[in-house]
Design a protein around this ligand. Structure first.
Ligand SMILES: CC1(C)CO[C@@H](CC(=O)O)CN1
Length: 422
């Protein structure tokens, strides 16, 4: 008999119209690869074939709403929605429950999305930005730093991350100051200097990071007495100033100021040699995806996040499979309509219980639908990032390689963090 088609909708930010994340460039091919792989597997959803309708959201929530109505009011009925960047995931995941739809986000990193009241049916294979906070605190404790400063840009994702970081620090008796800015960090940097900040966690996009680093150079806020933490998902050579940004720092000055800074980022590609459920290892997936592009994948938007998009389709397919096996005999998956509570509830439970080895690592969700992932810590040494270790938030274990370096080979900076006696 002809296989029955199950339809899904997907939004992909193909260009960063609004300066958002243009991750669709790599994530759409990754999703199409996963659909092909799942549809060719006889042991997954036998008798069914998955089909996706997709739109280019340009990371614009308004456009995405229009596309959501297109998914919903143009047949055929969709059984689930895939979304990319945070602003789009926010609006679609807030509306989706009205149509009893589960939303799977492969690109939403905003901590605000971990909210079951606002987003009752949202799950994401992309880790929340908050996942890096326990790691940052663990490193502070490891080096016995009692005080640090958060320097942040006031986008929502960084404001929510900073709040979470401060809360964890307070619980651990670590003193936190916070300096925020929008666009121009000059005043915030002057305050850092006045407050004698020594350990600084930077939360901002890469353009602001370059402005901060250049000012750190000119203010002397770097070197032996300072430790900078930047976000790890900037490009490896992010600190080299692009001419069009007219930074008043040379590449040499930026390289000097960047030396020995730390970064934290969530692991998005499994380094295991054990094949994932798709019978590929993370590296094999990456090699296969590279063939889709003629240009250097370092310039392909969303390439680091592509494993998350690939695994999102597997999570969806396995959940459909689980649903099919758990429905009452008179109800079939293809009977889904936007008011069918039995199928919607069964599907939600199946997604909630997701647990499989993906190309991005173990895929499991917390109760708020968040991806549980490890954090990777690196340090810039001689202009190159070196892996310092991994932190597993679930177990609280820090795998540390003792390869960190300090200026003049000394240990961590003098415990400048002793709170001054007022
Ligand atoms: C690591 C990054 C770049 C964080 O932003 C995500 C996009 C978003 O949250 O809108 C994509 N992945």
């Amino acid at each position: 008999a002809e296989p029955v088609t199950l339809h899904i909708g997907g939004t992909f930010p193909m260009e960063s119209g609004s300066g958002g994340w243009a991750g669709g460039e790599a994530c759409l091919p990754a999703v199409e690869m996963a659909l092909k792989d799942v549809n060719s597997r006889l042991d997954i959803l036998p008798g069914y074939v998955l089909n996706m309708t997709n739109h280019n959201s340009q990371c614009q929530p308004g456009l995405a709403m229009q596309q959501l109505y297109d998914f919903l009011y143009k047949p055929p009925t969709k059984l689930m929605l895939l979304t990319g960047c945070s602003p789009v995931t926010t609006v679609i995941a807030e509306a989706a429950p009205v149509w009893k739809l589960v939303v799977l986000s492969y690109g939403g990193s905003s901590p605000a999305l971990s909210n079951r009241n606002r987003f009752p049916t949202l799950f994401r294979t992309h880790p929340s930005a908050n996942m890096q906070n326990p790691t940052r605190i663990h490193i502070m404790e490891k080096f016995k730093w009692k005080r640090f400063t958060i320097l942040m840009s006031v986008e929502e994702v960084f404001v929510t991350t900073a709040k979470d970081l401060e809360a964890i620090a307070r619980k651990k008796g670590i003193k936190v100051d916070r300096q925020s800015f929008y666009g121009d960090p000059t005043d915030a940097m002057k305050t850092l200097q006045r407050q004698d900040a020594r350990i600084i966690v930077g939360l901002f996009y890469v353009t602001e990071a370059r402005k901060v680093l250049c000012q750190a150079y000119h203010h002397g806020l770097y070197g032996r007495r300072y430790v900078w933490f930047f976000i790890g998902w900037y490009a490896d050579t992010w600190y080299i100033p692009p001419p069009e940004e007219h930074l008043n720092c040379t590449a040499e000055q930026m390289t000097e100021a960047a030396e020995y800074h730390f970064t934290t980022e969530s692991v998005m590609l499994s380094r295991d040699n054990i094949p994932a459920i798709s019978e590929m290892t993370g590296m094999q997936f990456q090699q296969r995806l590279t063939q889709y592009f003629q240009k250097d994948t370092a310039n392909v938007g969303g390439f680091p996040e592509a494993p998350l998009a690939y695994d999102a389709v597997w999570a969806l397919a396995l959940a459909f499979n689980c649903t099919r096996n758990n429905l009452p005999s008179h109800i079939r998956l293809e009977n889904f309509t936007y008011d069918n509570k039995v199928i919607a509830d069964t599907l939600f439970q199946c997604v909630k219980n997701t647990s499989f080895r993906g190309v991005s690592g173990k895929v499991m969700f917390s109760d708020s639908g968040d991806r549980i992932a490890r954090t990777q810590i690196e340090q810039m040494q001689g202009g190159k990032y070196k892996i310092m270790g991994y932190y597993d938030t679930t177990s609280g274990d820090l795998e540390w390689y003792n390869k960190e370096q300090w200026l003049n080979g000394k240990g961590p900076p003098p415990d400048s963090t002793v709170i001054k006696k007022h």
